[in-house]
Write a protein that binds this ligand. Structure first.
Ligand code: HEC
Ligand code: HEC
Ligand code: HEC
Length: 163
């Protein structure tokens, strides 16, 4: 077969592949554009660079807790359980009180507790901003209980509702 080029494939010989210069056209604009793009896309990350959110530091030094004898300085349930499940415990308490009229909570050690957010949890943990809020701010949860269950007033809960 006649050779009219130096490039061969299954159809025969062809002319040499054209030599295209390896060149980035409009290099300035392209590179500049990419840089601007990178800066803009990562800008939100830069603002937080080097910032450290302080770890929550819930304080247990309320008068009610300090007044307890050392061996009784425990929560309603053990600490690991409370850490993981206090929100569920509260909802269980609420359901028991509101639906079944049962204000007694017998904990896993057989000790009786008053099932009440304001009149039990907040008795011991009266330092809401130093305790509950510490963790909740850190994980950005905002339990909306406080409008009704005011944390300091030790009266019947939910006064607004009771009217
Ligand atoms: C709109 C008002 C309102 C909000 C908001 C609210 N509650 Fe209540 N809650 C009530 C009322 C009313 C009762 C019944 C009060 C009673 O019978 O003592 C109650 C009862 C309870 C009880 C049992 C009784 C007691 O003394 O605590 C618990 C526990 C409870 N709620 C937990 C919560 C939690 C946890 C939240 C937030 C996630 C919350 N509630 C938000 C109105 C509210
Ligand atoms: C008798 C006082 C008392 C009552 C009532 C009480 N607590 Fe506690 N709570 C404590 C003490 C003391 C600790 C710390 C125990 C320890 O040193 O491990 C604690 C620990 C906790 C912790 C874990 C804190 C941490 O640093 O990990 C949570 C969460 C908690 N309580 C929530 C509650 C909630 C919610 C209620 C109501 C359902 C409640 N507590 C009722 C005394 C109490
Ligand atoms: C050791 C840290 C810690 C402490 C102390 C703590 N909480 Fe929490 N709480 C959490 C975390 C974490 C969540 C969110 C869990 C999730 O998103 O599932 C939460 C969620 C809740 C919720 C459910 C909120 C929702 O929107 O579902 C309630 C109610 C609540 N906490 C009540 C309390 C009360 C009342 C106290 C103080 C007596 C308290 N917590 C103290 C860590 C803590």
């Amino acid at each position: 077969m006649e050779h009219n080029g130096n490039y061969k494939n299954e159809f025969g010989w062809f002319a040499d592949k054209p030599k295209v210069p390896r060149k980035l056209f409009h290099a300035k604009a392209v590179v500049g554009g990419l840089l601007i793009f990178l800066v803009l896309v990562t800008a939100p990350l830069w603002r937080n660079l080097g910032k450290v959110v302080p770890a929550p530091d819930p304080k247990l030094n309320t008068q009610a807790i300090l007044a307890l004898p050392e061996k009784d300085r425990v929560c309603v349930e053990d600490t690991a359980f409370m850490k993981a499940n206090h929100m569920r415990l509260l909802v269980d308490w609420r359901d028991e009180v509101v639906r079944n009229g049962n204000r007694d909570y017998i904990n896993s050690k057989g000790k009786r507790h008053l099932a009440s957010l304001s009149n039990n949890c907040m008795e011991c943990h009266s330092n809401k901003s130093q305790f509950c809020d510490q963790c909740h701010n850190y994980v950005a949860v905002a339990p909306n209980c406080w409008g009704c269950h005011w944390e300091k007033e030790k009266k019947q809960v939910a006064q607004t509702e009771a009217k």
